[in-house]
Write a protein that binds this ligand. Sequence first.
Ligand code: C5P
Length: 222
Amino acid sequence: SKNINIAIDGPAGAGKSTVAKLVAEKLSYIYIDTGAMYRALTLKGLRKETDLENGLELSTLLAQTKIDLRVIEGNQKVFLDGEDVTSEIRSSEVTNNVSFVARQKEVRQEMVKRQKQLAKEGGVVMDGRDIGTHVLPDASLKVFLSASVDKRAERRYKELIENSVEADLETIKSEIALRDKRDTEREVSPLIKAEDAIEINTTSLTIGDVVQQIMSLVKERA
Ligand code: C5P
């Protein structure tokens, strides 16, 4: 069997990162969370009070920014210029601003370049919004995970409560709907299912079900 690349795309809260991490673990592949890269840049931009609507300013900032994704004892860690920002990039301030950063074409150009570089040897499971369409158009397997807004909000809510973060289900639902809207309606690389992607609607599936389905698709291809 060979080391293929696997692209996993879909809207916020569809379970991409959980599933992608488990699939990578089973295959001893590298998991790459591209959303974390956009989040890390957003955090830096917020700290430096960069205009998040200014693509040139942001891409200049990105050029001077080191973003490292590492899995340490099974947990993904994100480092921004050497600083562990794993929790901070999940804050609601970053979450509610990241779509502005991600819609700048100069930012996407550089991010896509870095992501292609990370996958050039194969053996990568990468999740995001444009992986199957732009980052890894030749990926051997492309999966598009979807789920109802209600279900996605419910999952995010449970996750926050389990991590003792105060949360309100209706607020989460409207934030997810707003981020979906921004991500699907933007001009550059909007969230869209690649033509050759296999869609899995996870609304009534468990994480284990989804992982199993993806693993059997991998077996057909690797
Ligand atoms: O996956 P996650 O929810 O962490 O992604 C955060 C945001 O980053 C998304 O809402 C989207 O705006 C942006 N993103 C993107 N392209 C990717 C991954 C994430 O535009 N490949």
